[in-house]
Design a protein around this ligand. Structure first.
Ligand SMILES: [Zn+2]
Length: 223
């Protein structure tokens, strides 16, 4: 019973083709956190909400996170219709998802994000979610492959993009790049990123991040 109640149906209208469909979401009130990795992957007792983050239109194949799903320009619509819909085998992701089907939705969303010129940091966050799904599934090679992609996208975004309008602040992003470098075995680069964040004048205003930073810093130093 609990499994069924964890998910609910959300009705969505596709902003590309106007088709109406149902997608599942996880009830926030049902989430029971078990643990959190140092790069912010959260594990829950039941369903992990990441699996349902991407809405996929069964009719035209448009896939994106909820915040990107509405308000699409006519130019972007045209890109989806030409590049995605023309090759789309109609199928639905509206049922309970396995990790494998969730992985498919993220790959599609990343591909669409590239077509629609998302910011590097936004693509990086999609890629990080994909790496996490592979971690949950125990596929280390693919996890590392997408952590590398995330690192490259985040580093490029950190240096060239504004963080306004996206759910990310400079210290958190710098910490994440450091932690991803650490996971990839790039100790010197990880330390360099951690020390940049450590010297940020606002670091004392975020005691949780500061303590994570110091823990990971020590982990490298003692490793
Ligand atoms: Zn559609």
């Amino acid at each position: 019973m609990q499994d069924i109640d964890e998910l609910y149906d959300k009705k969505v209208k596709c902003s590309v083709c106007n088709y109406e469909f149902i997608t599942k979401k996880v009830r926030i009130s049902r989430l029971k956190l078990i643990k959190r990795d140092e790069d912010f992957l959260s594990y829950y007792k039941g369903e992990n909400p990441i699996k349902y983050n991407i809405f996929v239109c069964p009719n035209c194949g448009f896939a994106a996170t909820e915040s990107k799903y509405s308000l699409i320009t006519s130019n972007k619509k045209r890109i989806i219709l030409n590049e995605i819909t023309s090759k789309w085998n109609k199928r639905s992701y509206g049922d309970k998802r396995t990790i494998e089907t969730a992985i498919e939705t993220f790959k599609l969303a990343i591909y669409i994000g590239q077509l629609l010129d998302y910011k590097k940091i936004e693509l990086g966050s999609l890629s990080l979610n994909l790496a996490w799904l592979y971690r949950i599934n125990g596929n280390k090679d693919e996890e590392m492959r997408f952590l590398r992609l995330t690192k490259n996208l985040y580093e490029e975004g950190f240096h060239n993009e504004s963080l306004v309008d996206i759910n990310m602040d400079e210290m958190k992003l710098g910490y994440l790049i450091g932690e991803i470098n650490r996971r990839l075995g790039h100790k010197d680069k990880a330390l360099k990123w951690f020390s940049t964040v450590k010297s940020n004048k606002n670091i004392n205003s975020n005691s949780i991040l500061k303590s994570m930073l110091m823990d990971q810093w020590r982990l490298i130093r003692e490793g």
